[in-house]
Design a protein. Structure first.
Lengths: 334, 334
DNA sequence: GATGGTTGTGTAATCGATTACATAATCGAG
DNA sequence: CTCGATTATGTAATCGATTACACAACCATC
């Protein structure tokens, strides 16, 4: 493999000059520039980036830590990140934690090792202090999930208010026995969505029935199984608000398998607005998050941190939207 | 940030000794080892991997090039790759081409730049010569998609035979007017699946009707739109074989929107067996690929190439399976 | 034609770890 | 007790690019 020295020798210049040509840093005569370019061409030279990285101590690479790469929600956020990264010449590395907090911690270590210039976490399940300490020294942005009471830059929606909105919609349609399929309680998003659900019930003076709140793990299967549990209750719910679309679809399937109809017998509302929510029949009423935009904004914040512009650490809350489709039905008759 | 020199100074040893402790290379007294470890601890030292990379000229990182990260099929293959990579201490970097061949070409360049030790392509749409030349010098493995007439190591299923199997199933059920929604014709997988479809028709002496073959692009939307076109034919098909599940689901939706029933009026078969194929109603009859295993095998082949073991270049063909569900219906009456 | 500024190029240090080679210390066998 | 082998450690070169600094050549100005 040809190195910069070989190019320099062939073009009869110093390595410094070759480097200047490569980086388009000025002060090179057109004539020598041509000579160098010819040599590069002739040797089929490709700069070894490791040398550059070491010298400049930056890799122009960022890592995105995702709890579950198979979840289409995150793919969309990722697209937003990629778009901005590409535009600024950054590469995006992907870290899949498969919902394992220990892996999350391991990825964190790539920062002091200088493997990446910055990191975006789409999951935040490790000890707050750990992340905070790292964030003091290195560029870190949180998106979607967040940590309470930190000033780490964060991009998300207001999960409490959107969960309240979703629940209120069901109440408005005349439902009183509304169940909630939550996400895992160790995740703040799950707690927020649960809180929004409670707030809506309280505002309309509907008593909480603990049996109607079931903790899932955001998978289709958990939605299916928990819905079966709800259906087996003495006094089953007339509506289910699930903390994400996959669980909502699981719930619909469970209801059907028990001979029920959605929305006629039981109304269902989801969260996230993944593509399948609009394709599935009945189409799923849900909360739409601006996935692509969350990714974009997160990457923009990260770039500010890396490049040291924009001093203040910011926490962005993006608008969400209740998308009313078929699965929640219309106003209840009686 | 502390460097190896700082550690050496504090522990009163040379950098060589520190390095030996770090890499667990023998020949260090337990006593000095302890002293070094204490110094590392005290300084909160993390080795800067860029130095190591440059010196050793390897990054223990592989890149996986994916045509579309939002496609759940690839996420599963990726999981298989990750599993094997992790086990062998390799990191996995992800490159999303968004179906753009130019991006694919750009990623290829990371190899001579020494950014990664090897690459797995889940897409192969650039000029064959380009890939072949690179594959002669660097570790490259193809998976899912492949290139005709090369000896680059490849992992895939036999797309021709599986497409034939799917089509034959429809014929066996009594269908004669069978349409095919293909993928883009510049992709070999699409051509293979189309060929399998033709083979099945030929074997049963069914005449090909060009109007029944429509070229899509693997998206839900294209499946939907092309199915509408098929339905508008004077003599519409009684069955549709789609080259992937997302198009199959799109076709089902289109049929329904036109008032038709699946499978009663029109039978539908997909390809890939993504999760939604079993969840969607009607559940989709499809070809199941061993996605996780494809990933595993591809990464294993890549490791062999990187580590120079296993000289012969191998092309693996993994078994697939026809999964019969509801969307194809039973035997036709008349 | 001396002076100062600009421009183009080269020399060599540098980034941080690894490692070939040298050397010192220790041990065991005879 | 000596010699050779083994073990522990240090010295310094090395990976490939970038860049601070030096310097030469050239130009414009008065």
């Amino acid at each position: 493999m040809a190195s910069i020295k070989d190019v320099a020798k062939r073009a009869n210049v110093s390595t410094a000059t070759v480097s200047r040509v490569l980086r388009n840093a000025g002060n090179v005569t057109e004539e020598t520039r041509q000579r160098v370019l010819e040599a590069i061409e002739a040797l089929n030279y490709q700069p070894n980036v490791l040398g550059r990285y070491l010298r400049r101590m930056e890799t122009e690479t960022v890592l995105v830590v995702v709890p579950d790469i198979t979840n289409p929600f995150f793919s969309k956020v990722l697209r937003g990140i990629e778009a901005v990264a590409l535009e600024h010449g950054y590469q995006v590395l992907l870290g899949d934690t498969q919902n394992d907090a220990r892996l999350e911690e391991q990825y964190l270590n790539l920062l002091p090792q200088r493997q990446v210039d910055g990191m975006i976490f789409l999951t935040a399940r490790i000890r707050k202090e750990l992340v905070e300490e790292m964030a003091r020294q290195f560029p870190i942005v949180l998106a979607c999930e967040y940590l309470e009471g930190t000033d780490i830059p964060t991009v998300s929606i207001d999960n409490i208010s959107s969960a309240r909105k979703a629940t209120e919609h069901l109440i408005r349609l005349g439902h009183r026995r509304i169940a909630h399929l939550s996400g895992p309680m160790n995740i703040i998003l799950s707690r927020d969505r649960l809180r929004g659900y409670y707030q809506a019930l309280a505002q309309h003076e509907i008593e909480v029935d603990a049996a109607l709140v079931q903790e899932g793990d955001f998978t289709y299967e958990s939605g299916y199984n928990l819905a079966l549990k709800l259906l087996a209750l003495e006094n089953p719910p007339t509506a289910i608000f699930a903390a994400n679309d996959e669980m909502a679809i699981g719930a619909v399937k469970a209801i059907r398998h028990r001979g029920g109809r959605v929305p006629d017998d039981i109304a269902v509302v989801g969260f996230d607005d993944i593509q399948m929510a609009s394709i599935f029949e009945p189409s799923i009423t849900t909360i739409a998050q601006p996935m692509f935009e969350i990714g974009q904004k997160a990457m923009e914040l990260l770039l500010e941190l890396i490049e040291g512009t924009g001093v203040e650490r910011r926490q962005l809350v993006l608008p969400d939207r209740l998308v009313i489709r078929d699965s929640c039905g219309g106003e209840r008759p009686e």
